[in-house]
Design a protein around this ligand. Structure first.
Ligand SMILES: Nc1nc2c(ncn2[C@@H]2O[C@H](COP(=O)(O)OP(=O)(O)OP(=O)(O)O)[C@@H](O)[C@H]2O)c(=O)[nH]1
Ligand SMILES: [Mg+2]
Length: 158
């Protein structure tokens, strides 16, 4: 029996940018491991898109959890980098983007918290071929569209 194709997506980005909220918007059911509202291990949920199972792993954003981001990124098919538009691209975001570029992983940037600051992130690491989607994870704006764009990028490479 051949195993049905399943896709693994990891949600990355700095502390408090809205990663856990984004996982919640994508997945009906999800599990969070948090302490006082901060992710200390991971978020996990899944969803089905066009009959295909998508596993979503949300990472912790604090700098000290770099090891967890590495563990969660094992075997990923694609990534979403959630930027807090109030803060812009942080040094942790720069590191994450550099890693994704080096590994040639398909990824997309969510310019989150657009309700608080409607600007697009700027970074040398974000090249022209990386889609930037304005999102408001709090109310779901832009999330489904962004996921669709990423899945198309991933499937185009198969
Ligand atoms: N105004 C606004 N608040 C948001 C948005 N997305 C998330 N938040 C809020 O931002 C805070 C952090 O959201 P989380 O989803 O926990 O962020 P996170 O990136 O998972 O945080 P860590 O796991 O600690 O790095 C919460 O209070 C959310 O309600 C948004 O689009 N707009
Ligand atoms: Mg979180």
């Amino acid at each position: 029996m051949t195993r049905k194709k399943e896709t693994k997506i990891v949600i990355l980005g700095s502390y408090n940018s809205g990663k856990t909220t984004t996982v919640g918007r994508i997945c009906d059911k999800k599990t969070e491991i948090e302490y006082n509202g901060t992710t200390i291990a991971l978020d996990y949920g899944n969803t089905i898109v066009n009959g295909e199972k998508i596993h979503i792993f949300g990472s912790p954003g604090q700098e000290r959890f770099e090891f967890m981001r590495e563990i969660l990124s094992y075997g990923l098919n694609g990534a979403i980098v959630v930027i807090d538009s109030l803060k812009g691209v942080t040094s942790i975001d720069e590191d994450i983007i550099e890693n994704l570029n080096t590994q040639n992983v398909p990824y997309i940037v969510f310019a989150n918290k657009q309700d608080l600051n409607p600007v697009f992130p700027e970074s040398e690491g974000i090249t022209d071929d990386v889609p930037i989607v304005p999102t408001v994870a709090l109310n779901g704006k832009g999330i489904d569209y962004g996921l669709e764009v990423l899945l198309n990028m991933i499937n185009g490479r198969d």
